[in-house]
Design a protein around this ligand. Sequence first.
Ligand code: ZN
Length: 503
Amino acid sequence: MMAEVAKDAGELPAISLYNSLSRSIEPLRTQVPGEVGVYVCGMTVYDYCHIGHARAMMAFDLVVRHLRHRGYRVRFVRNHTDVDDKIIVRAKERGIAPLDLSSMFIGALEEDLAGLGLRAPDHTPKVSDHIGDIVDLIGKLVAREHAYRAENGDVYFAVESDPEYGKLSGKKLDDQRAGERVAVDAAKHHPADFALWKAWTGEPTEPHWPSPWGEGRPGWHIECSAMAKAYLGETFDVHGGGIDLVFPHHENEIAQSECATGKPYATYWMHNGHLTLDNEKMSKSLGNIMRIRDILAEVPGEALRLMFVESHYRSPLPYSSDRLTSALVALDRLYCAKETAFGSTGEANPKTMGEPGLEAMEVATAFPGRFYAAMDNDFNTAEAMGHVFDLVRAVNRLGNDRGARSKAGAILAPARAAFALIADVLGIGTMSPQGFFDEVKTKRLLAQGRSVGEIDAKIEARGAARSAKDWAAADRIRAELDADNIVVMDSPTGSTWRMRVGE
Ligand SMILES: [Zn+2]
């Protein structure tokens, strides 16, 4: 597989990326040349994931895909937060054990992300499997006097013990002190101090583990520091997550890791922009319609991928059903072009092909250079998609001319290579065209409460009417199908059909 071939680090293409820590675009320089350690904050698994989560997961799927495609060896870690207040509350409501609830939603999450074409990370550690690493890290912070056990039994990180606290978010501790009304929590020395370890309340259903500070469970932030260290070492290359995690989560990860080890934590911090809905930040209250699995029931996962990659990962991404429909239309055009590129035979000389043939060849030949230039520069999928659409337009223009298409097999060789590149890096156009058209048929009809068999029967009835030269009946059936957005294509071997998308 192309993605797995390791090259000499010296010959790898240069990649640049925006680092939230320096607030600038920087060249990628890793701890070990040619190897990239990537840690991404995963999800708190207490419900099905929605489209806002999908955006973050997708953003880093693309980063990892592109780095691998360019020959870098990537070690990709994304955690599951399976110990958390929200999980405990939800599990109690349902009368099941918190770890049973979270393992159920980890299963659902993996299914949803696979449906979106996400490649599984190399490691997906869970908090409950790393309590020892977490206790160990807290122990180091306590020993170095960066953390203290408060009267209530909780262990807090002392933000004032870290002179660099605030370097990622730009927040100043003094501002936070000034905003303090009354003592938020009498147990803390400073209102911005955060829990590393939470004492067990004694509630039997609450997960708890032994520690030098008593029975309890980890606070949220410490888990990522402990798991990143366990899989990637004390200093690693790229840490990612949603922009909403910059403060306090990522700020706290940096503080506790660097204070515990005395070494830099992550070299590059990457943050994806929000998914927005009517200009509001996505939230759970928007209900089930935004669940990934519900969207996947209606459209192929690649339509959602295409909608995501049309925006740069750092930009806000406005979501609406219209945008998803437009993405499906664009994807349909891409598969039409792929069908032409892979379906054309013939060895016509480009010089005799005429303008559409020459254009398709030129655009496809120039494609890899343009695509890589966009992607190597901070994973600019928006610009890369501009080149994808140029390619699709040029190939479809040639494809519309049946005569030209039948001769264009050799001319479309660079287009076939371009589609393979798009599929490997962006995860779009990975299916056979027929597989895509069939998936659209099934899902669109199902969403309307109809079936493929029902349409097949109508097509057959129309065929019978045509054989009997009952043109009036054949035309009536065709008009009915057309009204239902079903396009019938007649050929000498029979009639086939597709769903018309986007109308
Ligand atoms: Zn995290």
